[in-house]
Design a binder for this molecule. Structure first.
Ligand code: SF4
Length: 682
C-alpha cells in the first residue's frame, strides 16, 4: 500500500474539529508526522478542550484511522457466504453499476419502500451526516428512525413540555448560576472536557443523579444514587421538598405554566421519606438536593441514558418539573439542556440539507428495535443500505439481527471506513473517507460553536466522503435532480450564510471554530414556548397523543424478581459508541470485557473479582469477567457498550442481551431496562 498524499500541511499546523457523537466537539490541530502520517492533537486555543483530546481519540486518530491496513480502501464484492467476510476488491464503476442495477430491479419489483436504509452518527459533521439523505429521499426508501436507538423518548417528552428539546442553556451562563443538576448523564465518559473544565470549574454546587458512581458523580458536591427506573419518584420527592422550602415561583407559574395547580396539589404524599422508600436515595440527600437547587439560579442537564428505560419519557417530564415550578428558565444562570443543537445550528436549514423535498411521499420509517424483525421478513425488505452506523455492534437482538443479515435474498450495501461486523455481512462494501480527509462543518451539543472540519490529507486508498459516494450512486441510478449533485463548497457556504457566521470557510478554517454570538444565548429569554398554549405544558395533550399520561407521574419500574439484575450498558471511556472499537492500542488498554457487580451481591453469589461469569436472558448469553466494585446499588450490573462483536472471544457484545424493549414512547429503545441472571462459570 502506498503512502497517502498530503495536501496542504507543508510544515504548518492545520486546525480541524472532532465530529464524533460527543458533547465536546473538540478543536484539533494537525501537523505532518513521519512515514506519511499526520499527528493529531488538541487545539490549545479551543475553549472546550484547551489543548487535549480524550484518550480514545488521541489514540485512535493517530492509530487505526490512519492505518491503510485497517481502513477500507477499495470497493469490495462478496465472494463467500454472507457474513464470512470473504470479499474481492472491485472498481468504483463496477460497484456502483451493480448497486444501481440491483436496487432498480428491487424498486421495480417490490417498490422503493422495500429498500431499507439505516444510518446514524458515525461521522457527525453536517454534510457527511445529512447529505446522503437526499439520495434516499429521492429513492423513496424506508428509513430506520435514527434517534429511536438513542434519545427520541426524551425529545418527544421535552418537546411536549417546553415546545422544543433541542434548545437549552448556553454553558457560558454558568457564571450566573449557583447550582447545576446533571441527571442521568456521565460527562466523565461522554463529555470529558466539559466534565473537567466546565463542571470542574463550575462556580456553584454540582449535583449528580445517577445509579452509577461515575467519576463525575464521585467529584460532585452531592450524588443521588437511585435504583434504575425510580428517577421520577426522586423528582417528585425533590418537588415535595422544594414546595416545603417555599421555592415554587408562583408568579412564573401563573404566567407561563399550563396545568401546574393540578400537579402541585398532588405532591403531598411524595415526601423525601417516600422518595427514599421508592428509590433508595436517603431522604436527607433529597432534601439537600432541593436546598441546593432552590438557591438558584439553577441549571438542569438531562442525559440521554436517563430516557433509555421503560418509563423514559415520563422520567424526562418529571425532572422537567424542577425548572418549571421554580421558574429556573429564561434568565441568566438558569435553564435546561438535553441536546442543545438548535442554538448551535441557528438558521441552518436541515430539511434542505437532507433534501426533504425530494421525497415524493412521506418517508416510511421503522424503529431500531424493529430492525432485526423487519429484516427477517422477505416480504418487507429486499435491500439494506447501511451507512454511518454499525448496527451489528449497536442494535438490540444481536443474534437475531446477525441471522437476518445472512438472508441470501437481502441485497446489502455497507458504506464505512472500516470492516465492521455489519460490513462483513454486505454484498457490496464501499469505502468511506475519514474526517481528516474532507472539508465539512461541525457543531456542538451544548455550546453554540461552529467548527471547520478541514481536509488535512488525501482520502485513504480509493475512499470518498459519504456525500460524494451518494452523488455517484445518484448518477448510477440515472437521477437528474440537481440537488443530488450540489458540491461540498456550495453546501458549506450556504450553511455558513444561513447561520450568519460572517466568515467564509477559509476564514473559519483559519480560526478553527467560532461562537455564534458573543454573549450567552438563551432560547427561552422571551419566555415564549412553542407549545399549543404558548406556556410550559405540564398537562399536555401532545403527551397524551403520544401515549403518555396527561400529567407526569412519580411512576417507578417494578424491581427485577427471581434473582435477576438490572443491567446498564453505558459508554466506556474507550469507545465512542463503537467508533475506535478496532484500534489495537485501545483494545489493549481497555482490557477484557467486564461486568461490574456490587460487593454484597458478589458475596451472596460467591463471585470474586476477575471470575468469569455468565449473564443470561431470553435474548442470549454472554460471558464476561466480574469486576467487584461498590459502584452501583445492589441488584444493578454495569457492562460498557461499544465493543466490536467479532473482536470478542464470544463473538458477541453486550447487545446480545438486549431484547427489543420499548420505552413508554412506542418504538424507542429501553435498553437500560434489560434484566439478566448472573452466575459464575465453573
Ligand atoms: S470524542 Fe469527544 S472528547 Fe474525544 S476528541 Fe472527540 S469531541 Fe473530544
Amino acid at each position: 500500500m502506498c503512502c497517502p498524499t498530503f495536501l496542504p500541511l507543508r510544515g504548518r499546523l492545520i486546525r480541524t474539529n472532532c465530529p464524533r457523537d460527543c458533547y465536546d466537539n473538540c478543536g484539533i490541530v494537525v501537523r505532518a508526522g513521519r512515514d506519511g502520517r499526520v499527528i493529531v492533537s488538541g487545539d490549545p486555543g479551543h475553549p472546550i478542550n484547551r489543548g487535549t483530546l480524550c484518550a480514545k481519540c488521541a489514540t485512535a486518530y493517530n492509530g487505526v484511522w490512519q492505518d491503510p491496513e485497517a481502513r477500507l480502501t477499495t470497493p469490495r464484492r462478496r465472494v463467500g457466504p454472507k457474513g464470512d467476510a470473504a470479499f474481492t476488491p472491485i472498481g468504483w464503476d463496477e460497484a456502483l453499476t451493480e448497486i444501481a442495477e440491483r436496487t432498480q430491479r428491487i424498486v421495480d419489483d417490490h417498490g422503493p419502500e422495500s429498500v431499507l436504509h439505516t444510518h446514524y452518527s458515525g461521522t457527525l459533521s453536517l454534510l457527511a451526516y445529512a447529505f446522503p439523505m437526499r439520495f434516499f429521499h429521492r429513492l423513496g426508501a424506508t428509513e430506520v428512525e435514527p434517534d429511536s436507538i438513542c434519545n427520541l423518548a426524551g425529545h418527544v417528552a421535552w418537546s411536549s413540555m417546553f415546545g422544543t428539546s433541542v434548545a437549552g442553556f448556553d454553558p457560558r451562563t454558568a457564571v450566573d448560576s449557583s447550582c447545576v443538576v446533571v441527571w442521568g448523564a456521565n460527562p466523565s465518559h461522554s463529555a470529558p472536557h466539559m466534565d473537567r473544565h466546565w463542571l470542574g470549574e463550575f462556580p456553584g454546587s454540582v449535583v449528580v443523579v445517577d445509579p452509577v458512581r461515575t467519576d463525575s458523580a464521585a467529584r460532585a458536591d452531592l450524588h443521588l444514587q437511585p435504583y434504575p427506573g425510580s428517577d421520577a419518584a426522586v423528582a417528585f420527592a425533590i418537588l415535595n421538598a422544594l414546595q416545603a422550602l417555599g421555592a415554587f415561583d408562583r408568579a412564573f407559574i401563573s404566567e407561563h405554566v399550563h396545568g401546574a395547580e393540578e400537579l402541585i396539589s398532588s405532591l403531598g404524599p411524595y415526601t423525601p421519606e417516600w422518595g427514599e422508600q421508592q428509590s433508595g436515595v436517603p431522604a436527607s440527600q433529597i432534601r439537600r438536593a432541593a436546598e441546593l437547587y432552590a438557591a438558584g439560579p439553577a441549571l438542569l442537564w438531562a442525559g440521554q441514558g436517563l430516557q433509555r428505560q421503560p418509563t423514559g419519557a415520563n422520567v424526562m417530564r418529571a425532572i422537567g418539573l424542577l425548572p418549571t415550578l421554580t421558574g429556573n428558565i429564561g434568565k441568566p444562570g438558569a435553564g435546561i439542556s438535553y441536546l442543545n443543537i438548535a442554538p448551535a445550528l441557528m438558521g441552518a436549514d436541515f430539511d434542505e440539507l437532507a433534501g426533504a423535498s425530494l421525497a415524493a411521499a412521506p418517508v416510511p420509517k421503522i424503529n431500531h428495535i424493529g430492525l432485526a424483525s423487519g429484516l427477517e421478513d422477505p416480504q418487507r425488505f429486499r435491500s439494506l443500505f447501511c451507512w454511518n452506523t454499525n448496527p451489528l455492534a449497536s442494535a438490540a437482538e444481536q443474534t437475531r439481527l446477525r441471522a437476518a443479515l445472512r438472508r441470501h435474498d437481502l441485497f446489502t450495501v455497507v458504506v464505512d471506513c472500516f470492516a465492521t461486523d455489519t460490513a462483513d455481512h454486505a454484498d457490496i462494501v464501499l469505502p468511506a473517507a475519514g474526517f481528516l480527509e474532507f472539508d465539512d462543518l461541525t457543531f456542538n451539543y451544548m455550546t453554540p460553536i461552529i467548527g471547520a472540519q478541514q481536509q488535512v490529507r488525501s482520502p485513504v486508498g480509493d475512499s470518498f466522503p459519504n456525500q460524494e459516494i451518494f452523488r455517484r450512486l445518484a448518477t448510477a441510478m440515472g437521477y437528474t435532480e440537481p440537488e443530488l449533485y450540489e458540491t461540498d463548497d456550495v453546501l458549506i457556504e450556504r450553511l455558513l450564510a444561513q447561520m450568519n457566521v460572517g466568515l467564509s470557510f477559509e476564514e473559519l478554517a483559519e480560526r478553527g471554530h467560532t461562537y455564534l454570538g458573543d454573549e450567552p444565548l438563551d432560547p427561552f429569554a422571551e419566555l415564549r414556548f412553542r407549545t399549543p398554549t404558548g406556556r410550559i405544558e405540564i398537562a399536555s395533550e401532545a403527551a397524551s397523543n403520544a401515549g403518555l399520561s396527561r400529567l407526569p407521574t412519580p411512576a417507578v419500574d417494578n424491581r427485577p424478581t427471581d434473582g435477576r439484575f438490572r443491567l446498564l450498558s453505558p459508554s466506556s471511556p474507550w469507545q465512542l459508541n463503537n467508533s475506535h472499537g478496532n484500534d489495537p492500542t485501545i483494545l489493549r488498554r481497555a482490557g477484557a470485557a467486564t461486568v461490574t457487580i456490587n460487593p454484597d451481591d458478589a458475596a451472596e453469589l460467591g463471585i470474586t473479582d476477575g471470575d468469569p461469569v455468565r449473564l443470561s436472558n431470553p435474548a442470549g448469553r454472554l460471558q464476561l469477567h466480574a469486576k467487584v466494585e461498590a459502584m452501583t446499588p445492589r441488584g444493578v450490573l454495569v457492562s460498557h457498550k461499544g465493543r466490536w462483536p467479532k473482536l470478542e472471544p464470544s463473538g458477541r457484545n453486550v447487545n446480545a442481551l438486549h431484547e427489543p424493549h420499548s420505552s413508554d414512547i412506542e418504538g424507542c429503545s429501553a435498553v437500560h431496562g434489560t434484566e439478566v441472571t448472573v452466575e459464575v462459570v465453573t
